[in-house]
Design a protein around this ligand. Structure first.
Ligand code: MN
Length: 193
């Protein structure tokens, strides 16, 4: 049985980028529902003792959709911290971003475009391949870079439920604000794995 993760920050700590009300709905209701759904679908499926990653790589239909959304949201909620000015990548990942994209600004522009232009619901991802090369990916609906054999590092959720309370229809406004709450220590740790 999968369980709802605890947030590594207080319910008010991400404001005004992500309000307490958005967190209450996004973590407490949307993510909780995906977990309930998956736990109801698992008995007799053959996936009962598998990890989320294994389920996402091998399942289809409702099991894939709900497991994918749990994996995606766990990575999403655990990559944030309170807002800070001049928030920027750290460690080996900072060097890799500069080397591959030229600068942090160039990387952000490319990532924002991927997040803003994803049609419908889905996720923009930064992922690394087995050579350590970085990739900016658009994944529809519940998909995750593990389906391509890649290591998911950082993600922006562009489902409307992620921003509609705080930003209404302005997906770009939400995307621009998210950069100030990324916990780059955590994201660099994922890159080093
Ligand atoms: Mn979401």
């Amino acid at each position: 049985m999968f369980k709802l993760i605890d947030l590594p920050y207080g319910i008010n700590d991400l404001a005004p980028v992500v309000s307490a009300e958005t967190l209450e709905y996004h973590h407490g209701k949307h993510l909780a529902t995906y977990i309930n759904n998956l736990n109801n679908l698992l008995p007799g499926s053959g996936f009962e003792d598998k990890s989320l990653e294994e389920i996402v790589k091998n399942a289809s239909g409702g099991i894939f959709n709900n497991a994918g959304q749990i994996l995606n949201h766990n990575l999403y909620f655990l990559q944030f911290k309170a807002p800070s000015q001049d928030n920027h990548p750290v460690g080996e990942l900072a060097h890799a971003i500069d080397k591959q994209f030229g600068s942090l600004e160039a990387f952000k522009e490319k990532f924002n475009t991927a997040a803003a232009t994803l049609f419908g619901s889905g996720w923009a991802w930064l992922a690394s391949d087995s050579d350590g090369k970085l990739h900016i990916l658009q994944e529809p609906n519940a998909s995750n870079p593990v389906t391509r054999g890649m290591n998911p590092l950082m993600c922006f959720d562009v489902w409307e439920h992620a921003y509609y309370i705080d930003y209404r229809n302005s997906r770009p406004g939400h995307i621009n604000a998210l950069w100030s709450i990324l916990n780059w220590e955590e994201i660099n740790n994922r890159y080093m794995k």
